[in-house]
Design a binder for this molecule. Structure first.
Ligand SMILES: Cc1cc2nc3c(=O)[nH]c(=O)nc-3n(C[C@H](O)[C@H](O)[C@H](O)COP(=O)(O)O)c2cc1C
Length: 325
């Protein structure tokens, strides 16, 4: 099958799909350049969109960009290309995080349903029902993460409690840390056209068990609406064997692949990243489960059945595309 041409509408379609990806606090820390001759897409980290107190080493920037790369790959395949991804392709250009070459497709790829999921996926920070996820779906999600070079583990009851405890501790620390709290609060303003709309701000667990992120870092969180969250949440720990920049980018692609597959199956998700932002708390999760190999935890994902989350704004395509590669 011959490939599509990388013209302006094609560029717009690819970038629109890429920017639909999740990102830390909806910072959207990416920029895109195109080489129409090769053809290829170059994805850079946007230095001006880094949260330097919450994400001092840029791990979450890499995760977010990894999510955007996965969406771009899904869109490229949907429009008839074979995406060939290279992470950190130029050692002397550290902000260039990935190159996706759009190779000619030799066969018609069967539809995976993932492209449609790119548009339907949203974080849902509402309480989920207690309905368990089918075990074959959990296995499929784990296989998907594995395909992307990461691992997805589902902790049992005791380990779930450990994860929730570490996340609660991180959430308390985040609220108490003046710099991080100010950085987070800045993104939650109705006047801020790119951050988190007030509809995206989550209700808090009335029983104080589920540590939903308080983006407004309220000193008195009881002012927030309280709801009853599921008592036995399904959590998934996404991890990698190493903790280098390429692992963070792989973890981002694995995260988004898992989220799109979950969306395709009608499963909602929200992310609990707080413990990842404190090295000691993150390390405490690396050994779970105790009888498994030690891994580097990259994300805690909460999965379940429940209401769809609200739409969050995205930067327009022309703001994130630069002239040429
Ligand atoms: C690295 C990373 C960390 C995130 N951390 C959290 C979190 O701790 N709590 C949360 O509710 N959402 C978290 N999110 C989700 C973002 O807030 C969300 O993707 C963004 O606001 C855009 O909204 P959407 O996912 O509905 O498109 C995180 C996303 C990424 C990529």
């Amino acid at each position: 099958m011959s490939s599509s041409t990388l013209d302006v509408p094609a560029v717009e379609r690819l970038v629109a799909a890429a920017v639909a990806a999740p990102s830390l606090h909806n910072t959207q820390p990416w920029r895109f350049r195109f080489d129409t001759d090769m053809p290829a897409v170059y994805i850079h980290a946007a230095a001006d969109r880094v949260l330097r107190h919450i994400d001092p080493v840029g791990r979450a920037v890499h995760l977010s960009v990894g999510c955007a790369v996965l969406n771009l790959r899904v869109a490229a395949a949907h429009f008839g290309w074979e995406p060939v991804t290279r992470l950190l392709p130029c050692p002397d250009r550290p902000a260039l995080l990935a190159r996706v070459r759009l190779a000619e497709s030799v066969r018609v790829a069967p539809s995976t349903g993932l492209y449609e999921a790119v548009w339907r996926r949203r974080s849902s920070r509402y309480p989920f029902s207690g309905r368990a996820l089918p075990s074959d779906l959990l296995a499929e999600l784990a296989d998907t993460a594995h395909l992307e070079g990461a691992a997805l583990r589902f902790p049992g009851r005791d380990d779930t409690e450990r994860v929730l405890r570490a996340t609660r501790e991180a959430e308390w620390r985040n609220r108490a840390d003046a710099d991080r709290a100010a950085e987070s609060r800045r993104l939650v303003s109705s006047a801020h056209s790119l951050g988190l709309p007030s509809a995206a701000v989550s209700p808090q667990d009335a029983l104080d068990r589920m540590p939903m992120r308080d983006f407004g870092a309220h000193r008195h969180p009881q002012v927030l609406p309280a709801r009853a969250f599921e008592t036995h949440p399904t959590l998934a720990l996404l991890s990698t064997a190493h903790d280098r920049r390429t692992d963070w980018l792989r973890a981002g692609q694995a995260l988004e692949h898992v989220l799109l597959l979950a969306t395709r199956h009608g499963v909602r998700a929200s992310l609990l990243h707080q413990a990842m932002e404190w090295p000691d708390l993150r390390r405490a999760l690396d050994g779970l489960p105790a009888d498994g190999p030690r891994q580097y935890t990259q994300m805690v994902i909460r999965l379940g059945y429940g209401p769809e989350g609200p739409a969050s704004p995205r930067r327009p395509v022309e703001e994130v595309v630069e002239a040429d590669a």
